[in-house]
Ligand binder design. Structure first.
Ligand SMILES: [Zn+2]
Length: 419
């Protein structure tokens, strides 16, 4: 990371100073893909030890009963967990809209604003249910006009365009196996018209490749391109099963990849070709993915997973701690289309993560940045978002954590009882 302004005085008058001489300072971490609601179905017995498709079909029936109050608690818990791990910008991909849960994104916006966290929220969608050959049950799919109208409403109401935006909205059909080709194309048109970003899951498993071949007669990336999505407006979750030619096409287009190592390991999906994608020109960011697959929302811990998993494919000299920190900061920011976060240079937003190396796991460490990943940092001591402390002493500000966990746990029980 480039060092600037060392030893200089701020140009503006300051009303508070903080001695960070005992801290390791990182730009606030940026998470690029999550499903907050899945914190309610972590380590759920019927879904354990499965690959993606059977895992999904088991859980869809539980998720179909989600309601607004459960959604609010799940979002708050996930955002607090991310914040405590040093994450200052959270992205979420919410695509389950049932009769009891129509205002999921509004509820996430309200929660993010109350917590003071920067949020890239995506209006997900599913329009092809089991009756039409898709994976999700009919109760959680919506008709396409409803999806398009609600997407436009959310953009108009919440999407901020200025530098330092706290809330942005992107459009995010769930996956090739849960929306129609028409909705993919319409989403691309709507995103272009409104100048917002596009997000979806792609190339997560070999099953998905086979599904696309069978249904569309083409591979997932060809389908993406055919739908008008192969652009620098798009960032994709996972991006594992691309061949050499596809990686070059993604790089030329500048399409971003949200790398989700823990989720990919839990579901046995494979290893993302991060270094080839970066070399080809794609922004590569880091993500914890949904908490029902990776079962955690800790981005500091995810950096360690990315380092370890990366070294199974590449050499240790290629997947360094600096490279992984770059993915979790600048790379993630680029995936979200942001140039004002992810760095510590003058002109960047005041989003900071400060870690202390005062736990037994760090004792004896020489290189503080490497220690965060190799010794396994779990929790930031302090986190600042947009110039406001949101975590101090390892605890989230203005949040009763015990009460939140008690209410969240009860909501999870309630949801499990509903099926
Ligand atoms: Zn996901």
């Amino acid at each position: 990371m480039e060092k600037v302004a060392g030893g200089q005085q701020p140009h503006q008058p300051v009303n508070e100073t903080f001695d960070a001489s005992e801290h390791v300072l990182l730009p606030g971490l940026v998470n690029t893909h999550h499903h907050f609601y899945q914190t309610l179905t972590r380590a759920y017995s019927p879904a354990l030890n499965k690959e993606l498709f059977p895992w999904l079909t088991t859980l869809y029936d539980v998720w179909a009963n989600l309601n607004d109050s459960q959604m609010a608690l799940a979002s708050e818990l996930a955002m607090v967990e991310l914040l405590m791990s040093g994450c200052t910008t959270v992205a979420d991909h919410h695509y389950v809209f049932s009769g009891a849960l129509v205002n999921a994104i509004d509820c996430q916006v309200e929660t993010a604003q109350r917590l003071g966290v920067r949020a890239a929220l995506t209006r997900g969608s599913m329009s092809v249910g089991r009756d039409d050959g898709g994976l999700p049950p009919q109760t959680v799919v919506q008709d396409e006009q409803t999806i398009v109208d609600d997407s436009q409403r959310l953009i108009d109401r919440y999407h901020q365009r200025a530098e330092g935006a706290m809330t942005t909205i992107a459009l995010a059909p769930c996956s090739p196996f849960s929306v129609s080709r028409e909705l993919m194309r319409e989403s691309a048109r709507l995103a272009e018209k409104n100048d917002v970003r596009l997000h979806t899951h792609l190339a997560e498993t070999e099953d998905e490749t086979a599904y696309c071949q069978k249904l569309f007669g083409m591979r997932p990336l060809d389908y993406l391109e055919d739908s008008g999505w192969l652009t620098d407006r798009t960032w994709l979750a996972h991006g594992i099963h691309f061949n050499d030619d596809e990686i070059q096409r993604l790089g030329r287009a500048g399409t971003g990849i949200a790398h989700c190592p823990s989720s990919n390991m839990v579901l046995g999906s494979g290893l993302c070709r991060t270094l080839e994608l970066e070399a080809a020109g794609s922004p590569v960011g880091l993500a914890v993915d949904g908490s029902a697959s990776s079962d955690h929302s800790n981005l500091a811990s995810e950096m360690r997973q990315a380092l370890l998993l990366g070294r199974l494919r590449y050499s240790p000299s290629q997947v360094t701690h600096e490279a992984v920190i770059r993915w979790a900061t600048q790379g993630s920011a680029r995936c979200l289309g942001r140039t004002d976060i992810g760095g510590l240079e003058p002109g960047q937003q005041a989003d900071l993560a400060l870690f202390k190396l005062d736990e037994p796991r760090f004792s004896g460490a020489e290189n503080p940045l490497a220690a965060l990943l190799l010794c396994g940092a779990q929790r930031a001591d302090r986190v600042m978002v947009a110039g406001r402390w949101r975590v101090t002493g390892g605890q989230p500000c203005d949040v009763d954590l015990d009460a939140l966990m008690a209410r969240h746990d009860e909501a999870a029980r309630q949801l499990r009882r509903a099926i």
